[in-house]
Design a protein around this ligand. Structure first.
Ligand code: PMP
Length: 387
């Protein structure tokens, strides 16, 4: 059938450009270390930035709670309906109360994932007649949301606030609303947005500012709220999206905003309304983790220190790196070279994947060292010995 021939050709074309993606079978040891092909590896490809996924003590503490009251509905494994029907277990309210406290009393609304938040946010807030100004390197989920919204979509150069201001000045007054949307810490380059400057621009041009903290949540700021807390702008950003699948070692996401905006999204956001809620057990685990993470400044500081050590070491070796966070890229250039280096590192027991276009721009294939606070200085030196 012609359709299947078409699919086959598309895959062959990806393969020909070294862009074919495959699902890798990964196993884990009892204490959480990654195992690939039967071999234990240093895992530099997970977003478990605080190194908590392998913390057996935390897991045991939570499981003991369940064991003491296994039939509690808080530990139910199914929500069985949307939050708007009967899926809104009391655990949701407790988690949202905690998040609201963490963010200085702003309203909190929890979603099933960061993807759900981003894909549903812009279509709920805007549409035809609106303009979305998006950092060029924003995550696919943000782009998908903007596309679904049907608003005019323009990208400003990565982190370039001057370029953004030029676009704001040119378009101000020509659209119903203008949205500025950015990540705080960028997942492929490991660099950080100047949120204070973005707040100034949003105020000057009366725009709506949305910040995705997927890679900052749990890791920056006094209580781990993210870059917006570190840069002192929690109250000035219209909507902050933080996700729980990375540093918080759970599943789900939250939007932090005004109570008015929360009411609006509950009524308008299709990716909240038309999906089954998270199991109460997951919501309960997220709250358990967040209560711990608030006090994890030691881990946050250690993570920053080992990231500096790796970046400095790469630069000493005259290798190309960038950014300033716990995500440390090593830019190799061509796809084949990146794949070869990733294979070499795996042979040395270091699990890192080559990131290739279209995830990153053509000619900038790279290894992305995704560090976690469980790594030691000796681990960093081992990475440096093998690049
Ligand atoms: N935003 C950003 C910046 C991300 O990197 C990701 C996931 N990689 C998401 C949103 C989606 O979050 P989730 O995995 O919770 O769907």
């Amino acid at each position: 059938m012609k359709f299947y021939e078409y699919i086959d050709k598309q895959l062959a074309s990806l393969d020909g450009r070294d862009q074919m993606r495959k699902l890798t079978n990964i196993d884990f040891t009892a204490d959480g270390a990654a195992k690939l092909g039967g071999r234990e590896m240093m895992n530099l490809s997970s977003n478990d930035y605080l190194g908590l996924a392998t913390d057996q003590q935390l897991k045991k503490e939570f499981f003991d709670r369940i064991a003491s009251d296994p039939c509690s509905s808080s530990y139910s494994l199914a929500a069985a309906s949307s939050r708007l029907l009967t899926g809104n277990h009391a655990e949701y309210e407790q988690l949202e109360d905690l998040l609201s406290q963490m963010y200085g009393g702003r309203a909190a609304l929890v979603f099933n994932s960061g993807y759900h938040a981003n894909v549903g946010m812009l279509p709920a807030l805007g549409g035809k007649g609106d303009l979305v100004l998006s950092d060029k390197l924003n995550h696919a989920s943000i782009i998908d949301g903007a596309t679904l919204a049907g608003a005019k979509f323009k990208r400003y150069r990565h982190l370039d606030c001057e370029h953004l201001e030029t676009m704001l000045a040119k378009n101000h007054g020509k659209y119903r609303h203008i949205f500025i949307i950015t990540e705080s810490v960028f997942s492929m380059d490991g660099d950080v947005a100047d949120l204070r400057r973005l707040v100034e621009l949003k105020q000057k041009y009366d725009a709506v500012l949305i910040v995705d903290e997927a890679h900052g949540f749990g890791l920056f700021g006094e209580t781990g709220c993210g870059m917006c807390q570190q840069q002192g702008v929690v109250d000035d950003i219209d909507i902050i999206v933080s996700t729980f699948g990375k540093a918080a070692c759970s599943m789900g996401s939250v939007a932090i905003m005004s109570p008015l905006m929360k009411d609006y999204l509950v009524n308008k956001m299709r990716s909240l309304i038309f999906t089954t809620a998270l199991p109460p057990l997951v919501v309960s685990w997220t709250r358990f983790m967040l209560e711990k993470i608030i006090d994890m400044n030691d881990r946050r500081q250690h993570l920053a220190a080992i990231a500096d050590r790796l970046r400095d070491g790469l630069k000493l070796k005259q290798l190309e790196t960038m950014g300033s966070s716990h995500i440390v890229p090593l830019v190799v250039g061509e796809n084949t070279a990146a794949l070869t280096l990733a294979d070499k590192m795996r042979e040395a027991g270091i699990l890192v994947f080559a990131i290739r276009p279209p995830t990153v721009p053509f000619g900038t294939a790279r290894l992305r060292f995704s560090l976690n606070a469980g790594l030691t200085e000796a681990d960093i030196d081992k990475i440096l010995d093998n690049v």
